[in-house]
Ligand binder design. Sequence first.
Ligand SMILES: *Cc1c(COP(=O)(O)O)cnc(C)c1O
Length: 393
Amino acid sequence: MKKKHTGFNTRMVHAGSPEDQWGSAVVPIYQTSTFSFENARHGADLFAGREKGYIYTRIGNPTIQALEDNIASLENGYGGIATASGMGAVSTVYLSLLGKDSHMISTASVYGPSRSIMEKYFSRYGVAASYVHTSDLENIKKNIRPETVLLYLETPSNPTMELTDIASAAALAHEHGITVVVDNTFSSPWLQNPLDLGADVVLHSVTKFINGHADVVGGIIVPKTKELYDRIRPVMVGFGYNMDPHQAFLVHRGVKTLSLRIDKAQKSAMEIARWLEKHPKVEWVKYPGLPSHPQYELARKQMKGSGTMISFELKGGYKAGEELMNHMQIALLAVSLGGVETLIQHPASMTHSGLPAEERLEAGITDGLVRYSVGIENVEDLLEDLEQALDRV
Ligand SMILES: *Cc1c(COP(=O)(O)O)cnc(C)c1O
C-alpha cells in the first residue's frame, strides 16, 4: 500500500501487502527455514543489521513480517512480534518485562493459563504477582509495591466480562514507572485500541477474532515504542516462540474480514443478550452492551462496540451448566471464541477447572456461569437453539 494514512478497513485489507516483482495480490507463503546470502559481506551486513533482509525464519520471515506489519498498523503500534500461540505472546511478555524479585499486578479473572503459568512456573524464579479486580482502581493502587514493574490487564476479562478503565489505570501505573500490558483478545483492534488509551504493550491470541475461522492457533505482541519492541523481540526469537509462515498466511487472510465478522456477530449478540436477560432460568447476563452491565458507560467510552462475548449465570448452578452444554444443537460445545461459528462453554467445569474452587469463585467464576461466543449464523437459529436447550435444563 503506497498511501500511508488511511481508515481502519483499508489498513485491515492492505497493511503488510506484498511489494514483490510479480505484483502478487496477497503475500506468498515463504515456506523456508533459511535464506541464502549473496556473499560473505551480505551475510555479515544482515547479521550486523546494516542491511534489511532475512536470515532465518525464527528471527524473521517475509510472510510473518507482513502479518506483523498489518496488526501493528491496526493497533497503532511500533511493530508486531508474532508468536506460535497466544500463550507464546503472554510468556514472551512476562519473560521480557519481569525478573527476579519483581512484582506484577494482574486482572483477577484473566485467561486461565495466563494466571496458572505465573503461579506455577514464574513464581519458581522469584517473580511475584497479585491478582485483583482491576475494574476498581483502588485495588491497583493498594497493591503497588516498590518492586512492581508490570500491570497486566485483560478487559473485558475472561469470562466475567469485567471492564478496566485502561486510560485511568495506565495513568496511575505510569506515575509509578510501571509498564502497562493489555491482553486485547476479547475486543480485537476493531473494537478497542489500548495503545491509544495509554497502554505500552498490547497482545492478542490471534486464534480468536483476528484469525476468526477456528483453523489456526497463534499470537502477536504490539509494543508502542521501539524501545519496548527491542526489549521484547529478542526474547521471542531466543526462546523460539516464533510463528510459522503458513500460520501467518492463514491469519493474514482471516484479518482482512475482521470488522465485517465482528459487526455481524455483535448485532446478534445484542439481541441474544437482551433475550437471555428476560429468560426465567437465567439469573443474570453480563454483556457490555446492556445498560445492566456495571460498566456500561465505560464500555461506551473505551470500546467501539460491545463485542460478541456474553456471559450468563444459570439459576440451576453447576448441574444446569452441564445440562445446557449437553443440549445445544448449533453452538459447538468448545473452548475458544471469536470465530465465525458460535461456541458455548462452562468455565467451572472446563477452562477454569484448573483453579482451586476458592480462587475461581474469588475471580467471579461461579458454578452456573456460561460463556457464549456469538458467531455469524442467523440470529433466529441461535435464539431457537438456546431456547430448546434452556427448556431442557
Ligand atoms: C485464548 C486466549 C489466550 C491464549 O491464546 P492461545 O492462542 O490459545 O495460546 C490468551 N488470552 C486470552 C484472552 C485468550 O482468550
